[in-house]
Write a protein that binds this ligand. Structure first.
Ligand SMILES: C[S@@+](CC[C@H](N)C(=O)[O-])C[C@H]1O[C@@H](n2cnc3c(N)ncnc32)[C@H](O)[C@@H]1O
Length: 367
């Protein structure tokens, strides 16, 4: 493997362009969007910083090698020649996951077993360590081996332990904040904040905190790892010069308590004002207009769709009557509900996979 190799930044389908833009902002060379992620070229330092700094990525894979194999014996022979100990620690526990498509090797499980046997021969018996993951894709007789360097998906920042019924993924909150141009200097208000994902992402961004500052990653146990450099990458970036107020509200006491705990754990409690409040009693904050970003309930997942028309309708009315000059962002899986707000939306994003649902992000210009 050369010092520069292909790195695949995986994300939720639908967020590829958001991640491409973020990777470019972070100085990754020539990021190329593709289905389910973004391809960049780089070295191990880039792998570490992608894991620790990128908010819209869900996983970082390193392409280890690729070669042609037309039958299992050939795969076995090639796999035994690979420099496994350059990539992986002796005694590592490793799960090999294989997929095959349009290839003479059609039995994915048998392919995974051959690779597993080859790497066991090189690394020795597994010890009681974290389980690493090798992905083998066999496509048109071309075998591509990748190593998952993240472990837990990256949207799990390790701060949001308490969550409500339908939490938004951090990667999505970050993408929508970026789409609204949030940089810490605009006031931001989430009127249905649940466990606080949107205010937390906003406050971390404003403070320059790295999304991966608190969690561990699989790359830390690889032979390429460098503890000092990795520790440096966890240090904060420059905070915004003047951080405008960040507020999270919800009508549910329980989730507001969770949001406060999550903010404490993320070290942003000093920046966020949380309040228990139904949207109907919301007053316009003093000061210049800012951004409203909300993720109301969607009928498809929790509760019924019908009563939600009234909720979306009163949200839209509140925006128009009270929030002149502010811009509004809305995440929902339901076009009809977005329309029920009566707000003038710009064309929404393409659908984004979110669990079993597809959601879209809508935003207005200044009201
Ligand atoms: C989909 S959840 C939001 C999840 C949140 N983004 C998170 O990541 O945890 C919708 C939230 O809207 C709140 N909600 C529903 N109706 C409301 C109302 N009329 N006023 C304020 N909050 C409301 C619910 O209590 C729930 O927490």
């Amino acid at each position: 493997m050369n010092s520069t190799f292909e790195i695949f930044l995986a994300t939720q389908p639908g967020l590829e362009l958001d991640l491409t833009a973020e990777a470019a902002r972070h100085g990754f060379a020539d990021p190329k969007p593709t289905a389910g992620g973004v391809v960049v070229l780089g070295g191990w330092h880039d792998v570490w910083r992608a894991n620790i700094h990128l908010r819209c990525a869900t996983r970082v894979l390193v392409r280890l090698t690729s070669f042609r194999a037309f039958h299992l014996a050939q795969l076995d022979k090639r796999a035994r020649k690979l420099p496994w100990t350059d990539w992986l620690p002796l005694g590592a526990r490793i799960k090999v996951e294989a997929t095959t498509r349009a290839s003479k090797i059609y039995h994915a499980k048998a392919a995974a077993q051959r690779i597993d046997t080859a790497l066991r021969a090189a690394l020795g018996d597994p010890r009681d360590t974290a389980e690493l993951r090798i992905l083998a894709r066999i496509d048109d007789d071309l075998v591509t081996l990748s190593l998952d360097t993240s472990g837990e998906p990256l949207h799990r920042r390790g701060h949001k332990v308490a969550v409500g019924k339908a939490p938004l993924r951090e990667s999505m909150a970050a993408a929508f904040l970026a789409r609204m141009g949030y940089d810490g200097s605009q006031p931001i208000l989430d009127l249905m904040c649940g466990s606080g994902t949107i205010p937390l992402e906003a406050a971390e961004l404003a403070k320059g905190l790295r999304p991966g500052r608190s969690r561990s990653f699989h790359f830390e146990c690889l032979p390429s790892s460098d503890a000092d450099e990795i520790a440096n990458l966890r240090n904060p970036a420059k905070p915004a010069a003047h951080i405008a107020p960040i507020r999270g509200q919800d009508r549910d006491d329980g989730v507001i308590a969770m949001a406060r705990q999550n903010a404490q754990r993320a070290d942003v409690a000093d920046l966020i004002d949380f309040a228990r409040m139904a949207i109907t009693t919301t007053a316009r904050p003093e000061g210049p207009p800012g951004l409203i970003l909300v993720n109301p309930p969607y009928g498809a997942r929790i509760g019924n769709r019908q009563p939600l028309f009234a909720l979306y309708g009163s949200f839209g009315a509140l925006m128009q009557e009270t929030f002149g000059g502010w811009r509004v962002g809305l995440v929902t899986s339901d076009k009809g509900l977005a329309r029920a707000t009566g707000l003038k939306w710009r064309p929404p994003t393409p659908p984004i996979s979110h669990g079993s649902l597809k959601v879209q992000f809508y935003q207005t210009g200044p009201l």
